[in-house]
Ligand binder design. Structure first.
Ligand SMILES: [Zn+2]
Length: 287
């Protein structure tokens, strides 16, 4: 099944597909093993920094190899690509979904590039995600409150979203309705579901993604999925579990030098996070 077909199925059956960021083989493996165990479709994604670190061909080939070996569908998403050139690299490498993020650009410029990305990606049957109202924060652990970070941006507006989607031709819209990138020590991450509802109503044929899924209470994520979210991005929680579990593993095994022996517990810990998310997103058993 193509990415579009999976998103259509998710929309019809009211579940969301988890899009998990990877920065190494360990997190990649954890995600695939969780999806396999729960028979869930999954999206593996790389941000610009992760793409550079992993290599586009490695991303695509690892997904192919794991998909074949574990007999599970794996879609690959180019996350937050900010230029046409970067999108082209992903399109040519064989990514399934391309997220062009022109949300820091003036609207006209964002539209102009988004249209070109759509044209190139659609020729290959790929799905394009766009962003118009910039989602604030970054995929790190922050000290302040999520609500304060959210207030730095401007939430999605149904009319502007409608214009952006119809003029650009994108398939998936990254909606901003209280979700922020990162995990906030001060908590207070609250989704404004009324805003999501209005955007969904204005665009009945569009798919919607929830960015900054880390740190949002599970019940709110579930409600957002019932209201139309079909893709949830998780990055910070993957980064946290990797670092924390690695520190623990190193402390527990001061004399061990074989990497694969140290990292088994890291993969296990990351897998648990992904399994929990898959349950929340309702995608378990959909394969
Ligand atoms: Zn994001």
């Amino acid at each position: 099944m193509t990415a579009r077909e999976w998103l259509q199925k998710a929309k019809r059956e009211k579940f969301a597909i988890g899009a998990f960021n990877v920065g190494n083989l360990e997190t990649f493996k954890a995600i695939v093993q969780a999806a396999t165990k729960l028979r869930s479709p999954v999206i593996i994604e790389s941000s610009p920094g992760e793409t550079k670190w992993m290599g586009v061909d490695n991303m695509v080939d690892l997904a192919k190899n794991f998909s074949r070996d574990f007999d599970i569908p794996i879609l690959v998403n180019l996350d937050h690509s900010e230029t046409l050139e970067d999108c082209q690299v992903g399109i040519e490498a064989g990514y399934d979904l391309i997220h062009f993020d022109g949300s820091k650009l003036p609207l006209e410029e964002n539209l102009e590039i988004a249209k070109k990305v759509v044209e190139l990606a659609h020729q290959k049957g790929l799905t394009v995600e766009g962003e118009v109202d910039h989602i604030t924060g970054s995929s790190e652990v922050h000290s302040g409150s999520a609500a304060e970070e959210a207030a730095k941006g401007k939430f999605s507006d149904p009319e502007r979203s409608k214009r952006f989607v119809s003029e650009s031709g994108i398939d998936v819209l990254a909606v901003f309705f209280g979700n922020v990138h990162g995990v906030f020590a001060g908590g207070d991450e609250n989704l404004h579901l009324d805003i999501l509802e209005k955007v969904v109503q204005a665009l009945p044929d569009t798919f919607f993604s929830l960015h900054g899924g880390s740190g949002i209470p599970d019940d709110q994520v579930k409600e957002a999925i019932q209201k139309g979210i079909v893709k949830v991005n998780i990055n910070t929680e993957m980064r946290q579990v990797f670092r924390d579990s690695l520190e623990t593993a190193l402390e527990k095994n001061p004399d061990e030098y074989a990497m694969y022996k140290i990292e088994g517990s890291v993969v296990e810990a990351a897998q648990q996070i992904v399994e929990h998310k898959i349950e929340v997103f309702g995608s378990a058993g959909k394969v």
